[in-house]
Design a protein around this ligand. Structure first.
Ligand SMILES: *Cc1c(COP(=O)(O)O)cnc(C)c1O
Length: 392
């Protein structure tokens, strides 16, 4: 048990760069989304969604079927196309309600978006069959599933298009992927976003590595460039509005900015994707997930969202169901535990009232990091804080 006197560790919510990031050995071998077909590397998952919808020919007057439990960032790309999101229901276990999905297909429906929550696969082949029967296109939202295998194929291989959010799996500041194993991506032309963006993308990733003490050796060599960046930044700010050197999607915002549609992901992010082993990331995330699961399963007032961790799954986070989520969230958040809630609808969301199970899941699921850069002591500290917060 962690005493209240113990110093509060600074536990990173998302993966950060460390010297170990480049190790390759792993006891499991898993493919990534990039093995599902040719890819376009952009600056966020939502930009990839918008490009996929554009490639599908989705436009004004069309409807796109979207799961009622979704990230608010999934809606602006649909609206940007002039289309209408129509929400379909989920079951209580976070699998999609296929009957409800089928019932919502109408003459204006063009595409179906399917989200593999937390890296766990939805019945994508059944959705594929439904889409084929109705002449619809399927977009696999692999924002939580950049790495993984399902029935012998890489994640994202079944949809017409698949999108990924590389920032959720790699220690990078910006990044998203559009992939298709079925359609050519020749029409998707990308350009570099400029030297300022390239520099910011690399320096931000390095800076985070330093902030968490994960990159001590490289620190000395980078002290000067980082100081230079700080000085330049001050100068820019003093001269007026700071230019948007990176998209707001990199700063926990749900905004969508079409200015980034034709921008390539930074050289730094693309290099990291090439250099870092998906198998190693998956092995560590699976081990961390199972460590949290073993320690938390059975505590009163919480239970795991998923009964087991299937082979082939590389989890994004560890999601659990809390009986009293508001109280637990307030307590662990105050203790400094990195906890997130997925799919809380924004006020006045169009999905309000669309699905009772989705509303319940959004409220009751709390998620904890299980990414590859966490240390065992940090995971155990998180467990200790949750146990303490659950006490009366
Ligand atoms: C994060 C997320 C996205 C969008 O990804 P960004 O890279 O943040 O734009 C899309 N779908 C789901 C389910 C997400 O969680």
């Amino acid at each position: 048990m962690v005493s209240t006197q113990a110093p509060r560790p600074l536990v990173p919510l998302a993966p950060i760069l460390s010297a170990a990031s480049f190790r390759r050995a792993a006891p499991v071998r898993l493919p990534s989304l990039l093995d599902a077909g040719p890819a376009r590397l952009v600056t966020s998952g939502r930009i990839a969604i918008a490009l996929a919808l554009r490639e599908m020919g989705v436009g004004p007057g069309h409807e796109v079927l979207v799961p009622a439990w979704h990230s608010p960032s999934m809606l602006p790309p649909v609206l940007w196309r002039g289309a209408v999101p129509v929400f379909y229901r989920l079951r209580a276990d976070a699998t999609i309600d296929l009957e409800d999905l089928a019932a919502r297909i109408g003459p204006a429906t063009r595409a179906v978006m399917l989200t593999h929550y937390f890296g766990f696969m939805q019945p994508v082949e059944q959705v594929r069959a439904l889409c084929d029967a109705h002449g619809l296109q399927l977009l696999e939202d692999c924002a939580h599933a950049f790495i993984g295998r399902y029935r012998g194929r890489p994640v994202g291989a079944v949809g017409d298009y698949a999108i990924g959010s590389s920032m959720k799996f790699f220690p990078i500041h910006e990044g998203g992927a559009l992939v298709s194993g079925r359609h050519a991506l020749d029409r998707v032309k990308l350009h570099g976003a400029g030297a300022g963006f390239e520099a910011k993308s690399a320096l931000d990733a390095l800076e985070k590595g330093f902030a968490y003490g994960r990159l001590p050796a490289a620190r000395a060599a980078l002290w000067l460039p980082l100081r230079l960046k700080g000085a330049l930044w001050k100068l820019v700010k003093r001269r007026g509005a700071a230019p948007a050197l990176a998209p707001s999607s990199s700063d926990s915002s749900f905004d969508f900015d079409p200015a980034w549609l034709d921008k390539r992901s930074s050289l730094f992010s693309r290099a990291m994707l090439r250099l870092m082993s998906p198998s190693r990331i998956a092995a560590l995330r699976r081990a961390n997930y199972l460590r949290l699961d073993a320690a938390l399963r059975g505590l009163p007032g919480i239970r795991p969202l998923f009964p087991a961790l299937p082979d082939g799954v590389c989890p994004w986070v560890y999601p659990l169901l809390a009986d009293d989520p508001e109280r637990l969230f307030a307590r662990i958040d105050a203790a400094g535990v990195p906890v997130t809630r997925f799919g809380l609808p924004l006020p006045g969301s169009a999905a309000d009232g669309a699905c009772a199970n989705s509303a319940w899941l959004a409220r009751h699921v709390l998620s904890f990091p299980c990414h590859q850069e966490l240390r065992e002591a940090e995971l155990d500290w998180i467990v200790g804080q949750i146990a303490k917060a659950l006490q009366a």
